[in-house]
Design a protein around this ligand. Structure first.
Ligand code: NAD
Length: 363
């Protein structure tokens, strides 16, 4: 991959500024692909299940859950066939199921690598939720499994398919506002659940940095249209009863080869959601920028034509794009390689917190 151009975005005629990636208007799908959601927690329930009612190129054909009540509720709500409903003991039997083309891993972070690899080994295409794994080493194992399987792997980066994020990226790619100078990208919310896996280092991998910081890294490097070279980072705990082995608030600065810098604060103890990039000739602001349930709002220093208001959920575009990638043999935009880059940056942020020094990022 070209270090300066992390993502290739395809402009589509006839879609206004709908800069949808990796497939063109007119691309057709042979059939709707069957998706099985693995893990029926908050995200599956609030977002992915409803989004799969809006998708054009895939549909919810199966589920995997360890809870009998959830399996029954989903079966009734989504009219699922008994033979497409699994618990974890029967997970690998999915290999024999012809109605499941895509397995979508929506489990806690520490389970992503194992279940992604098992699903690829079962001969299925896989979507794995963010962050891709617990660290870059896990991501490399997942990429090797994908390569061995000949199947496709997408990371659940819904914002890679969101029109305003794509426009912001395009502004940087085309230097519409000149050279990138600086960005501020932050995301935080107050966590009300002390015993949730997100609060546990062994299960979440590092609190807000893993859960939310990944969005800030993506926004920063896509608005800079460069990969950062080095990082400085700080982390804080104020409430020691709640934050036992993770930090409460993380701050980090990414330094870019062309001289720009991005600054991020991410926390489980505040509210912020914005991505601001400054260029020689103006600025772009996305706020809210990353909330999965709310439309992204964009403002710019110079008036620019914006994409039409989003009708469907972000997750619909993400899953439809992947289904078309599979059926048309096109590149996955939110690829595993993109997931690996973010984990390489996160690993280096952790290193910089520990050392207190500026650390170089190795890709
Ligand atoms: P959640 O805790 O609500 O759901 C996790 C599910 O995994 C639960 O149903 C739980 O029962 C199940 N599970 C199975 N084995 C488990 C185990 N050993 N320990 C704990 N839970 C187990 O979490 P969530 O908010 O739905 O997040 C799930 C994944 O989705 C995470 O990786 C998260 O980062 C990601 N996510 C992505 C987005 C997005 O916008 N892309 C939004 C929310 C969550």
């Amino acid at each position: 991959m070209n270090r300066r151009t992390s993502i290739k975005t395809t402009t589509i005629l006839g879609m206004g500024l709908g800069l949808l990636p990796s497939f063109k208007v007119g691309d057709k799908s042979e059939k709707k692909l069957g998706v099985a959601l693995v893990g029926l927690g908050n995200y599956s329930t609030a977002m992915l299940g409803p989004a799969l009612l809006q998708t054009e190129h895939c549909y919810l054909s199966g589920i995997v859950s360890g809870t009998a009540e959830k399996r029954l509720k989903w079966k009734e709500q989504y009219h699922l066939k008994d033979e497409n409903i699994y618990d974890y003991a029967r997970f690998d039997e999915i290999a024999k199921n012809k109605e499941i083309d895509i397995v979508y891993i929506v489990l806690p972070n520490f389970m992503h690598a194992e279940y992604t690899i098992r699903a690829l080994e079962a001969g299925k295409h896989v979507i794995c939720e963010k962050p891709m794994g617990m660290n870059a080493a896990e991501c490399r194992q997942m990429i090797e499994a994908r390569n061995r399987s000949g199947k496709m792997l997408q990371i659940g980066y819904r914002l890679y398919y969101e029109d305003r994020h794509l426009l912001a990226h395009q502004i940087a790619v085309e230097q519409k506002l000149g050279k990138f100078l600086m960005a501020e990208t932050s995301l935080a919310f107050r966590m009300g659940r002390p015993n949730w896996w997100r609060m546990d280092l062994a299960k979440g991998g590092g609190g807000a940095l893993m859960d939310l910081g990944v969005y800030n890294i993506q926004a920063a490097r896509r608005m800079a249209n460069q990969l950062p070279e080095s990082v400085t980072a700080q982390a804080y705990v104020f409430d020691k009863t709640l934050y036992k082995d993770i930090y409460e608030t993380y701050a980090f600065q990414l330094l870019y080869p062309d001289g720009g810098v991005s600054n991020t604060t991410t926390s489980f103890n505040a509210y912020v959601d914005r991505a601001h990039a400054s260029y020689e000739d103006g600025w772009v602001l996305l706020s809210p920028a990353s909330n999965g349930g709310a439309p992204v709002v964009m403002s710019t220093s110079k008036e620019m034509e914006q994409p039409p208001k989003l009708i469907n959920l972000q997750q619909t575009a993400q899953m439809d794009a992947f289904s078309l990638n599979i059926q048309n043999g096109t590149d996955v935009t939110a690829s595993a390689e993109e997931g690996l880059i973010d984990m390489q940056i996160i690993d280096t942020i952790k290193k910089a917190i520990a050392s207190g020094k500026r650390e170089e990022i190795k890709y």
